[in-house]
Design a protein around this ligand. Structure first.
Ligand SMILES: C[S@@+](CC[C@H](N)C(=O)[O-])C[C@H]1O[C@@H](n2cnc3c(N)ncnc32)[C@H](O)[C@@H]1O
Length: 303
């Protein structure tokens, strides 16, 4: 079977769910009029591919939200992106690291969304990481011809895809904490959560600990609407203890996934990913489903 084509957004982030999008889509509880709520949008890859008519994309990182609000308002468009990356790419080709660090300094003063795009697509491993003063601090990702013609065209097409979607969809981009976003849910909503993974090393804008995990669980329960949570289940060395404690009321399906640490194939780390839901998800072949209250044969037959 041909793998499903997944649209890659212009801003990338570590832990991006590219390979998991078809699995998430298949198991999400969506109707034609569902309002998609994504409190931890990151790159936005999940919601952008599911492409609901109405959506709230939120994140605590203002740079991500600013970038998409600039596209929405027309301050950024695909033509401007091409012009900007061609110009800046040429300077980078001439001056190398020195120019990357000049743009990084400029970004940390002005927080211009196009500078953010430039840094995101030329920094080490496409990481998004800030220090305590909220300064972007990822080093340069050395590569010859960083902004080649083909690479720029790829990014321009990614921006054009979002521009086009925004013409026909009602999508909001909000910079706020997950608590605020989840309270916006109504009975027509479906909430998809992909928070920083508890107990794993994270480099995101904010830290994530047990208190956050408990607060997320409480907010989702209170919302009274259907939700899906991405988390890790186990790897060869460790198990996510929160799946059986905090999230014990959820149904669980799992899938093996490889996270890349660095660019090299040998750094592929196998991990069992979990999708936790407060409804019965679709169950495909080769997927496992477990729940604290095991599903009855009758329940499964319905799906
Ligand atoms: C795992 S990433 C999401 C990845 C995304 N699903 C993707 O595939 O690109 C987690 C995101 O949660 C955001 N985040 C961290 N703490 C948050 C909070 N308290 N409220 C809202 N967003 C938060 C981070 O800025 C980061 O973008």
């Amino acid at each position: 079977m041909m793998p499903e084509k997944v649209f890659i957004p212009p801003i990338k982030i570590q832990g991006i769910k590219t390979k998991l999008v078809p699995w998430i889509r298949k198991n999400a509880a969506l109707r034609y009029d569902t309002v998609w709520i994504e409190p931890f949008m990151g790159s936005g890859i999940v919601g952008f591919n599911i492409a609901p008519e109405k959506a709230i994309f939120a994140d605590i990182n203002p740079c991500i939200i600013d970038f998409y609000n600039h596209i929405k308002s027309g301050k950024i468009n695909s033509h401007l992106v091409r012009e900007f990356l061609e110009e800046e790419g040429e300077k980078l080709a001439k001056l190398n690291d020195a120019y990357y660090y000049e743009v990084r300094e400029r970004f940390n003063k002005g927080h211009e969304p196009l500078d953010f795009l430039f840094l995101n697509r030329s920094c080490f491993n496409g990481m998004i990481r800030f220090n305590k003063n909220y300064d972007f601090n990822v080093p340069y990702g050395h590569k010859p011809k960083r902004f080649s013609k083909a690479y720029i065209t790829k990014i321009v097409n990614q921006v054009a895809f979002i521009e086009n979607k925004l013409k026909y969809s009602d999508w909001d981009f909000l910079c706020q904490s997950f608590e605020e976003t989840i309270t916006m849910a109504t009975s027509d909503s479906f909430i998809y959560c992909d928070p920083p993974y508890i107990g794993r090393h994270v480099d995101y804008y904010d830290s994530w600990d047990e208190k956050s995990e408990l607060a997320l669980c409480a907010a989702l329960k209170k919302s009274g609407t259907k939700f899906m949570l991405s988390t890790w289940d186990h790897n060869d060395f460790r198990t996510n203890i929160y799946v059986k404690s905090v999230w014990s009321f959820c149904n669980k399906i799992t899938k093996e996934h490889f996270y890349h640490v660095g660019g090299s194939e040998k750094n592929r780390n196998p991990m069992i990913e979990a999708l936790l839901t407060n409804y019965i998800p679709y169950i495909g072949i080769n997927e496992t489903m477990k729940s604290n209250e095991q599903l009855s044969v009758f329940d499964i037959a319905l799906y």
